[in-house]
Ligand binder design. Sequence first.
Ligand code: F42
Length: 328
Amino acid sequence: MPLKFGLELVPSTTVSELVDLAALAEELGLDTVWITDHYNNRNVYIALTSIALRTNRIFLGPGVTNPYVINPAWTASAIASLDEVSGGRALLGIGAGDRATLEKLSIEWRTPLKAVEESVTVIRRLLKGEAVDFYGEFIKVRGAKLNYKPLHEIPIYIGAQAPRMLKLAASIGDGVLINASSPKDYEQAVGIIREAAGDIFNKLDIVAYTCFSIDKDRNEARKAALPIVAFIVAGAPGNALERHGISIEKAQVVASAISRGDFKTAFSNVTEEMLQAFSIYGTPSECADSLSKLIKLGVTHIVFGSPIGRRKKEALKTIAEEVIPLFK
Ligand code: F42
């Protein structure tokens, strides 16, 4: 599978800013653009549609939506519409959703594995144009059918980090979006996927959905990564901290500062260990070294995720000029 490069955009800025960045990514030769999905940001499908109308080649999709907030039949309809609007360029990223966000909406995070598995089954069948009868534990559908079909078979990518979700992703996904940045995490995740996928492993698109920060000045790249890493540390489960040798106490200092809105304390308590564990940051050659480790472990698609750099447009140009050519 040829190596692909993509861009993650968080719609916390205006849709027109997202469109400009996605159009630049296309111009610079990137292959995919993924828009994150949280109800409190700009709506993911409005952002994607706007991008589709300003671009011609780049593939695009939600990275990732979830079946708790959005009914899977609605997702099938939205992604099929995006495929039509974009002339056959839609990708679907779907995952179990984010616990903290679901809590705010009083949505219970029950049976996440079943929720993803059943939703993907229903979405695939709807996209094929079938009238779907499905009586699962999470979703029940009675004769649901779309009145139109997408232009192409839309690849479904599963957002996964934990072992059982990775196994599920390997068996039902066309690709896996792994939200991690360190080789330690990829060694484990790709091992699980490889074992679960067996003969079809080489057909899977293994996506490194990274926290990435590049700058010719290493210290600027580091500064831009700090806030994002602080939030990752605050939400990281104990086993992830342990795997990276990060003390729970130090992580708690960051987490409690964030929860009381004291970002200065939070960011100043992010250690080098935390940055190494949860981001790829540095000069172009340092970033390229880190990426090559992930590629050696079996990653087939790199997504440059937030913050990307101090100034996103400049960072994208640096990536296109000084990083991607090293892998072509
Ligand atoms: N979440 C969002 O809400 N928005 C985004 O834009 C977003 C982007 C994104 C990109 C890449 C990515 O990998 C993840 C992303 N996420 C995003 C997060 C995503 O929605 C999921 O939260 C995330 O991928 C969680 O995946 P996970 O692999 O950690 O799996 C969770 C569910 C987990 O705990 N899994 C465990 C495992 O081993 O896989 C165990 C789960 C388990 O056994 N559950 C039982 C069951 O039956 O499902 C039930 C347990 C119970 O108590 O109910």
